[in-house]
Design a protein around this ligand. Structure first.
Ligand code: G3P
Ligand code: CA
Length: 263
């Protein structure tokens, strides 16, 4: 529909739209919530993402010392809280004593690290969740725990699960064949990506948008894999227009309002 409106606008005005490359069914995924507007993975970041019309909110998952799943990108709490050390060395209660907002700005002083349960209990089935199982060394059971949390709340149809770890995704696929899975690829691994192995357990691949072109997207689509791209914060606004024009299926964005212009 949007493409038709742009076409009619061009016919009537003789002008091309500023945003010529759009894709009607492009999935807009709020990377760590609306992480340019509020501290990543905090409640304000998720609230703002939903208010801005994200299709999915992204949640990076890590496991605490006492086996709870929390929304946290890094292995340590150093960058995004006033604490220090590994997430896996804290209990959930101890993590709750940290300030997860002050590093972003004074306005967010006192924001808390969130458990997955708190997030899904707050937003329920009105939202879709794009959840990443982060690579962990000694931790086990994240997949079972995640499925348990989701199935108890009847949210299995509201999620996409992504991971850089094929083992985590294969485990998930074994436990539940219906959840859409996205195999994330590190930049250095993209040239060696085996699409006809990945498509045995995953529905798509996720990679940095700077590594994508039209031929790559076509090749993945032939292998029945969707292509979702993430970005470096510095390059997203420069390259998203081209990336969308190559036919990708979803974008993990740090700039929601801008990304929505491409659909
Ligand atoms: O989901 C893909 C993207 O989030 C991967 O990058 O490091 O932000 O988790 P990262
Ligand atoms: Ca992530």
């Amino acid at each position: 529909m949007k493409k038709l409106l742009i076409f009619i606008t061009i016919l009537l005005t003789g002008c091309t739209s500023e945003v010529a490359n759009t894709q009607d069914d492009l999935l807009i995924i709020a990377h760590r919530g609306d992480s340019s507007e509020a501290p990543e993975h905090t409640m304000p970041a998720y609230e703002k993402a939903i208010e801005s019309g994200a299709d999915y909110i992204e949640i990076d998952l890590r496991m605490t010392k006492d086996g709870q799943l929390v929304a946290m990108h890094d292995e340590t709490v150093d960058r995004t809280t006033n604490g220090k050390g590994k997430v896996s060395d804290y209990t959930l209660k101890q993590l709750k004593d940290l300030d997860a907002g002050i590093w972003f700005s004074d306005e967010y002083k006192g924001e808390k690290i969130l458990s997955l349960e708190e997030i899904v209990d707050k937003f329920g089935s009105g939202t879709q969740y794009y959840i990443e199982t982060r690579i962990v060394d000694i931790q086990t059971g994240m997949e079972e725990k995640l499925l348990d949390i989701l199935s108890k709340r009847k949210l299995l149809e509201n999620v996409v699960i992504q991971s850089f770890s094929p083992e985590s995704l294969k485990r998930m696929h074994k436990l539940n064949k219906d959840i859409p899975l996205i195999q994330l690829c590190q930049n250095a691994d993209v040239p060696y990506l085996k699409e006809n192995e990945i498509n045995q357990y995953a529905n798509g691949i996720g990679l940095n948008g700077k590594l994508v072109d039209e031929d790559f997207v076509k090749k993945m689509h032939v292998a029945n894999l969707e292509v979702h791209t993430f970005f470096n914060k510095e390059n997203e606004k420069k390259i998203i227009k081209d990336v969308v024009s190559y036919g990708v299926d979803g974008v993990l964005t740090d700039y929601l309002v801008n990304a929505k212009r491409y659909r």
